[in-house]
Design a protein around this ligand. Sequence first.
Ligand SMILES: Cc1cc2nc3c(=O)[nH]c(=O)nc-3n(C[C@H](O)[C@H](O)[C@H](O)COP(=O)(O)OP(=O)(O)OC[C@H]3O[C@@H](n4cnc5c(N)ncnc54)[C@H](O)[C@@H]3O)c2cc1C
Length: 423
Amino acid sequence: MPDRLNDSYYRATADAWETQCSLGSALDCDVVVIGGGFTGLSAALACAEKGLSVVLLEAQTIGFGASGRNGGQLIPGLRWSMQEIDAEFGREQAQAIFDLAWSAGARVHDRIEKHNINCDLKSGHLEAAFKPAHFDDMKREAEFLSREFGWESIKVVAPEDMGDHINGGGYHGGVYDPKGGHFHPLNYALGLAKAALQAGVRIYENTAARAPTDKGSHVEITAGAGLVSAKHVVIAADNWTGDIAPELESYAVPIMNYNIATASLPHADQLLPSDAAIADSRFVLNYFRLSADKRLIFGGGEKYVQQPPSDIAAFVRKHMVQVFPSLAQTPIDFAWGGAVGVTMNRLPHIGRKGNIFYAHGFSGHGALVTTLTGELMAEAVVGTMSRFDVFANLPHSRFPGGKWLARPLATLGLLYYAMRDRL
Ligand SMILES: Cc1cc2nc3c(=O)[nH]c(=O)nc-3n(C[C@H](O)[C@H](O)[C@H](O)COP(=O)(O)OP(=O)(O)OC[C@H]3O[C@@H](n4cnc5c(N)ncnc54)[C@H](O)[C@@H]3O)c2cc1C
C-alpha cells in the first residue's frame, strides 16, 4: 500500500508506543495470532487472560490496517437490519445474533475503561436518511428493534429536528443511538496492544507470517526471520487473509475508501451540535464526525480500483462540500485511505478449520464487532464454541469468478448499487 495512504490524522496524533522488535528466532506458544488490528489484538488479549501463552505477529506496525485508519464510527449491530436478520434466519437464531452483535459496543467500552485507553471516546451515532423512503425504513427498524428486541436507546429524529445534530446535508430525518459513538481508532488499537503486552502477549512487529503448516500435533508458521510453533492459530489479517489461507481469498474483496481531516474548525459545534458521528444512508455513504480538536473527519466516495486518486483530498472534498458547502475553502490537513474488506452478503466471514480460526470481511462495520469477535475466537480456542458458532454459522458464498475475475465482477455489482443512489 503506498505510504501516502497512511498519512492520517490518527498517525499524527497517536499515543506513544514502543515499537516491538521483529521475530528472529524460533518460539513455542499455545496460540499464534496473525494481524495486529482490533480482531487480532482482542483475540490475543483474551487468550492471554485465559492463561494461554500467546505470540502476535504483525507484518507492519500495530494498527497499520483498517483498524488504524477507519472513520472511527461506532455503529451498533451489523450491516443487516434486525428485520432482515429475523426474516432470513428465524427468531431463535436472530435472537442469538442480536445478543452478540448488539452487545459488541459494551465490550469496547469495557476494554476502554478496564485498560484506561485514551481514545477520545464520544457517545452518539446518527444515521441520516438520504431519501424519504430511507427514513421510512429507519423508523420501521427502530420500532422493530425496540419492540421485538428491547433495544430502546434508538430514537427517531424527525426531519425538522435534524438541526439538533447536523446543519447541512438536507437529510430527510434519521435515527440517533446514544449507544453508538466515535473514537480515535489507532489509539484504541495501541491501547489494546499495551494491555496485551501487560497480559504477557509477545508482540512482533514488521514480521510477516506465511501460511501455516499442519504438523499433526501442532502448527508451524514461518514469520520474518523466525519460526513459531503453536497449538492454535488465529488469522486476523482481514484484507490479507488470502496470503495466509488462499482458500479464504474469494470470500471477501478489498474496496478502497478515503478519509480527510480538515483544519480545526472555529464553528464546529454549529455544524454538528450534538457531536454525534453521522453516516448517511447512501450505498456509497458519506460518514463524518468531529475529532477531539474539532476537525471534521470526513469519509466519502469509494474506488473500485486499488490505485488511489492522484489527489485524495480533492477526491473526498467534493463529497464533503455537498454536505457542508461552507467548507469549500477550508484547509485539509490530512488525507488517507484504506481497504474495506467486504463479503458477498456484507456479514463477517468467521470460522474454523481444525486448529485454525479466522475472521475477516467486516464490510465497513468492524469498529465495534471486531473486539467481540476476537473474544469469541479466544473462547473457541479453549473449546467453548457456542457463541463463536453463532457467527461461524452465518451463511457465506464466494465471489464468483475465481482468483482473477472475482474482484472485477464484485466491482460491477457495487457500481450498480452506487448508480441506484443517483436515481
Ligand atoms: C477507510 C476505512 C474506513 C472505515 N470506517 C469504519 C467506521 O467508521 N466504522 C466501522 O465500524 N468500520 C469501519 N471500517 C472497517 C473497520 O476498520 C475494519 O472492519 C476493522 O478495522 C477490521 O479490523 P481487523 O483487525 O480485522 O483488520 P485490520 O485492522 O486490517 O488488521 C489486519 C492486520 O493484519 C496485518 N497482516 C496482514 N498480513 C499479515 C501477515 N502475513 N502477517 C502478519 N500480519 C499481517 C496487517 O498489517 C494489519 O495490521 C473502515 C475501514 C476503512 C479501510
